[in-house]
Ligand binder design. Structure first.
Ligand code: SF4
Length: 376
């Protein structure tokens, strides 16, 4: 898909958390005042350098996404100031989706009001589960009641678009625990829910505990049952599944993530943030000290730069596009001999295809990457 003016986003990576969850392999730093102050100054400098270079050619942003880490580790006034600077630097429109990720324990009612008043119109809470037992098993800070209180406060602050991130297949989690989580969340009236199967990443505390036989690894069959339970439960509650892990009330699909899945362009700011602009993929250095040193020296902190070939762009369009329930246009799969491959995958029950589009079946969604590779 060729990028268009309407398909441009900005991602801001805030790399701080108060402590690391046992399953988490993201690049992050423990939140402390000095590094956070240095990061804040460096981020302003990064925005300034991009403005001088006119990196986005004056184009309007369709979405702005503050992710992490835990963006709300930074004071709400600082996040508000950063958003004001971004909006003074790049054009936005009244429909620009502006998201901030938050940990339920890291925001007060006042913080949420400051964020909403600054223009954030979507908030994404890392809820993970609605049982305290699960929090303990993944080293998650806080309690279930913190999530409920934070979401209710977000409603009062004026947020209409509220996402809750959930994980399933957690150590010791039973199917009825997962259903309890889904039922409990409905009372909080979110507009969007993301459900991720727990995966074990190398180097995490959870991977070490599994290797030492202290914790059992996730049970694939149980995770599939949990995925089916979520799909049925959320459909009954009025949520449409529009991507493998994402469910939304009508008109609340996440525009920022859709941009990733439909070949849109994005500029990433902050350490480890990735960008894709003008057919080139590039990333920032994943180290706070190196990031701030570069910017103090008036250089953008980029580490790698890859010009994608037409074939790589086509492959990405297929791998990401097939994650969407609506699938991809059949013409995305260009070679004539692919018709045979499509027929074979349809016969195996992995794919649905008509004259115009190709999409994964529920069985195919379990093997999304493998199916995409076979079609490429
Ligand atoms: S809050 Fe999120 S980013 Fe931070 S350690 Fe936990 S999972 Fe990782």
């Amino acid at each position: 898909m060729s990028p268009s003016d309407n398909n441009l986003g900005l991602y801001v990576h805030i790399p701080f958390c108060h402590r690391r969850c046992h399953f988490c392999a993201f690049y992050l730093e423990i939140a402390r005042p000095d590094p956070m102050a240095r990061f804040h100054s460096a981020l302003i400098q990064e925005i300034t350098l991009h403005r001088r270079q006119d990196s986005l050619n004056g184009r309007a942003l369709q979405s702005i996404y503050f992710g992490g880490g835990t963006p709300t580790s930074l004071p709400a006034d600082q996040l508000a100031g950063l958003l004001t600077l971004i909006r003074a630097t790049w054009p936005t429109s009244p429909t620009t989706e502006i998201t901030v990720e938050a940990h339920p324990t890291s925001v007060t009612e006042r913080d949420l009001t400051v964020l909403a008043d600054a223009g954030f119109n979507r908030i994404s809470f890392g809820a993970e589960s609605m049982t305290d037992k699960d929090f303990a098993s993944i080293g998650r800070f806080g309690q279930v009641q913190d999530t409920a209180a934070a979401v209710q406060a977000a409603h009062r602050a004026g947020f209409k678009n509220i996402n809750l991130d959930l994980m399933y297949g957690l150590p010791g989690q039973l199917l009825q625990d997962w259903i309890h989580t889904l039922e409990s969340l409905m009372t909080l009236t979110p507009s969007h829910i993301s459900c991720y199967a727990l995966t074990i990443e190398e180097g995490t505390r959870l991977a070490q505990d599994i290797a030492r036989n202290l914790v059992l690894p996730p049970d694939d069959m149980l995770q599939l049952d949990m995925e089916s339970a979520a799909e049925h439960f959320l459909a009954e509650a009025g949520f449409s599944r529009y991507e493998i892990s994402n469910y939304a009330k009508p008109d609340y699909a996440c525009r920022h993530n859709l941009l990733y899945w439909t070949g849109g362009e994005y500029l990433g700011l902050g350490p480890s943030a990735q960008s894709y602009l003008h057919g080139i993929r590039f990333g920032n250095v994943a180290d706070l000290e190196a990031y701030t040193a570069c910017l103090n020296d008036n250089h953008l902190p980029m580490t790698d730069r890859t010009i994608l070939s037409a074939s790589e762009r086509q492959r990405d369009a297929l791998v990401f596009g097939l994650r969407l329930l609506r699938g991809v246009p059949r013409k995305t799969i260009q070679a004539a001999e692919r018709d045979y491959q499509i027929d074979e995958l349809v016969a195996k029950g992995l794919l649905d295809a008509d004259r115009d589009r190709v999409r994964l079946t529920s069985l195919g969604r379990r093997y999304a990457d493998t199916v995409a590779e076979q079609l490429f």
